[in-house]
Design a protein around this ligand. Sequence first.
Ligand SMILES: [Zn+2]
Length: 254
Amino acid sequence: MTVRMADMSWPDYEAKIKNGAVVMLPVGSIEQHSYHLPLGVDRYLPAAVAEEAAQTLNAVVAEPIVYGARSQMRMGGGQTYPGTTSLRPDTLMAVLRDVLTAFVDHGAKKIAIVNGHYENMMFTYEAADLALREAKILGIDDVAIMRFEYWDYMTKETIAALFPDGYPGMELEHAALIETSLMLHYRPALVDMARLPQEAPGDFPTYDLFPATRAGVPPSGALSPPNRATAEYGARIAADCVAGIRRDIAAVFG
Ligand SMILES: [Zn+2]
């Protein structure tokens, strides 16, 4: 049986919720990901990891929030690239709060937000808090929401194996080794390895400056070189993420 909410009938969904299923909500973005990756990387990857993790959990994976928070230059290359399509903070907060509140209305007691876009981090944090405050006002006080970034489940061993010269941090990993490897694993038809950029990494000052420009962003929009990416690395990263998410959801929600 499917784990995808959008592929379920409402009685099947209702039965899952009544049976205590965790509702997993991937939150992504539509954002430039260099020459070799599609705009939807941050929309595809958290959903792929969540759907795989859900196979052995009592869980439903909701349709992702496809659009995300405004791309920042030092994390995603910024808004100046065609295709990068973002929500302003109040819109994103409203969408997240409405969707989380709907799950609560459906009777969900266990919700997990699976973030796949760096800039969404604090907005998902705030939305979880607001949705629970709203539930409490309505007299519902037995709902729990966990949230995480899927890439934080990469193990130390995997990071050491992938980055023998040191890990630059996920904010510089935009369209780079991790995301390219994961896309080669989950969605290889959407990766064009013939178009890998040949560039130095991004080089940014400590401050942000507006109006935003592409200063410091490598021309392709990848913030670190993706050149060593392989499907095997992608499988290893995915296995870490799926195992970690399963372990923590089981630990938190039983
Ligand atoms: Zn990304």
